[in-house]
Design a protein around this ligand. Structure first.
Ligand SMILES: NC(=O)N[C@@H](CC(=O)O)C(=O)O
Ligand SMILES: [Zn+2]
Ligand SMILES: [Zn+2]
Length: 445
């Protein structure tokens, strides 16, 4: 049984919508969780009508990198608050990272997160399993048990920590390749980033902050690509942040290597730089750190050309006491689910680096394929699953932390005007967002 099957409204008419922002507006009928008809007549009988007024219809977004903080830090985010934020951001599937408390390194924790997601019925919540027990980097977690659990875990990551022992990484790639899993690596050589607080460069030097050098990321990315080739495993590079990482991946992907390598970039690394650190506001503290303008432009180019496969939010809510303190004590991370679309429109679509089809590729199709999802990231076409987002491309809005759905408020975009508003989101044929508001009635089983 898939989410939404118990939904009360099974027939929805999306009126005057433009799939991929192309051509004249059409009417699109959703029935029984699928796109039943494109060009449906005006007199068709439905339970709900959404007036698109020419808004852009895309496959629902898929986030490979979300921190939901449940279990353990429900004062920062819960599966519920995160699922609401995800739906409002246009997401129909999110991958919830394993660095919870307790760690999601066993079937009990991943099944809890997965069940909670299903109960809510707002977005498909896929738990990520930890690679190693307790994220400690020494002993492989029960990867096979998590894969065989009800949550059917396919993405594994110690995110927040690097699997720095090359033998442990090798074994993880070997083991997961046996069942089509992927290892998502937080690439950070721990020896090169001891006490690191900011991108190693002129700004960190001026501000007196210990540097996080780009080679700490790049050396692990290079090593892991070689291990993926050697094991014929699947590697996914989390939050690529430097021009050197992009250059290496471009070179690597141009070669003929066994294994599979994919990579994500976050919205904040596409827009923000370490110049923002001058005010010492920890809202700008994130791992990997904000880097330079050159890095930002290299990452945009790499995403446009496909060297970087997709955008992932690394949505990282933190409670006030963990963020509203001096720089060195603050936790790294920033909110991202509700601002990702706007930042990608601003950094990639407005400058002409991606069109709407390109946006669908990097925010929906590629991430779905990387994670092995078959019902997400599908074309907007008759017979396909109705996991969809309707974007009002003319609308601009101002980010206010207090108005975001997350419990935590650590957005670096406070007061910023962003393009694009999510007018509606459909998960398995059911409206989860209507007129920019979460549609909660009927949620749950
Ligand atoms: N990105 C961050 O700065 N923080 C993440 C961990 C991570 O993604 O490495 C978190 O869990 O808060
Ligand atoms: Zn990370
Ligand atoms: Zn993360």
């Amino acid at each position: 049984m898939t989410q939404g099957e118990n939904a009360p409204a099974s027939r929805v008419l999306l009126k005057d919508v433009r799939p991929y922002g192309e051509g004249e507006p059409v009417d699109l009928l959703v029935a029984d969780g699928r796109i039943a008809e494109i060009g449906a007549g005006p007199d068709v009988e439905v339970d709900e009508v959404v007036h698109g007024e020419g808004a852009v219809l895309l496959p629902g977004f898929v986030d490979l990198h979300t921190h939901l903080r449940e279990p353990g830090r429900e004062d920062a985010e819960t599966v519920e608050s995160g699922a609401v934020a995800a739906a409002l951001g246009g997401y129909t599937a999110v991958f919830a990272m394993a660095n919870t408390d307790p760690v999601a390194d066993n079937a009990v924790v991943v099944e809890h997160v997965w069940r909670r997601g299903r109960e809510l019925g707002l977005v498909d919540v896929h738990p990520v399993g930890a690679v190693t027990v307790g994220l400690r980097g020494t002993q492989l977690a029960e990867l096979g048990t998590m894969a065989r659990s009800a949550a059917r875990v396919r993405v594994f990551s110690d995110d927040g920590h690097c699997v720095d022992d090359p033998l442990v990484m090798r074994r993880a790639l070997e083991y997961t390749s046996a069942f089509g899993g992927v290892v998502a690596q937080h690439a950070e050589d721990p020896r090169l980033t001891v006490r690191a607080q900011a991108h190693e460069g002129a700004n960190a030097a001026r501000l007196g902050l210990t540097g996080w050098p780009a080679p700490a990321e790049e050396s692990i990315v290079a090593r892991d690509c070689m291990l993926a080739a050697h094991t014929a495993g699947a590697l996914h590079v989390c939050h690529a942040s430097s021009s050197g990482t992009a250059d290496f991946l471009r070179w690597w992907k141009a070669g003929d290597h066994a294994g599979t390598v994919s990579a994500e970039v976050t919205p904040h690394h596409l827009l923000l730089t370490d110049e923002l650190l001058a005010g010492y506001d920890p809202v700008h503290k994130v791992n990997p750190p904000l880097r330079t303008d050159d890095d930002v432009h290299a990452l945009r180019g790499a995403l446009a050309e496909g060297t970087l496969d997709c955008v992932a939010t690394d949505h990282a809510p933190h409670a006030e006491q963990d963020k509203d303190c001096e720089w060195s004590a603050a936790r790294p991370g920033m909110l991202g689910l509700q601002t990702a679309l706007g930042v990608v429109l601003r950094t990639m679509v407005e400058p002409g680096l991606l069109d709407w089809r390109g946006l669908a590729r990097v925010m929906s199709e590629r991430p779905a394929r990387i994670a092995g999802l078959t019902d997400q990231g599908r074309p907007v076409a008759e017979g396909e699953p109705a996991n969809l987002v309707l974007v009002d491309d003319e609308h601009r809005w101002t980010v206010r932390a207090a108005e975001l759905a997350s419990i935590a408020t650590n957005t670096p975009y406070e007061g910023m005007e962003l393009p694009g508003r999510v007018r509606a989101t459909l998960s398995h044929g059911r409206l989860t967002v209507r007129d920019g508001v979460v549609a909660r009635e009927g949620a749950g089983h």
